[in-house]
Design a protein around this ligand. Sequence first.
Ligand code: HEC
Length: 122
Amino acid sequence: MSIALAACLSLATLTARSQDEIALGKTLTTNNCAVCHTFGQGEPNGQGPNLFGIIGRPLAAAPGFKYSAGMKAAAAGKVWDDKLLDQWLTDTQAVAPGNAMTYFEGDEARRRKIIAYLRTLH
Ligand code: HEC
């Protein structure tokens, strides 16, 4: 098999795998986060802020959402990226002590899928 073909096949496998991750992530997000968050552009905040475009957005920046003092104090010019989101979902209190989100996800693979889906929301 040529190197180019091998590279092509592994890229196709990778793409299929990340599509699977995104689909699974969407299900996980709907089941675990949608009770408090909305995900579509311009949708109203719920108990938690709207999360459209969260990756690349500054912390505590959803228009019209009343963030806790802990969340606002932690924001300090930070922007959400994959790594910070992973830390947040593992232990929100480690990222923003005193914040009001009562949810955590201890399973690394599930966090990765959720974040893969959140990355598509732009
Ligand atoms: C029980 C309700 C609840 C659930 C379930 C929940 N959240 Fe939250 N989330 C909140 C609240 C409330 C805040 C705002 C916290 C604050 O102001 O202290 C928040 C904040 C956030 C933020 C910060 C947003 C910003 O604008 O900086 C992210 C990111 C987030 N949640 C992601 C998630 C994800 C992903 C899930 C599911 C895996 C989830 N949340 C599940 C209630 C929830």
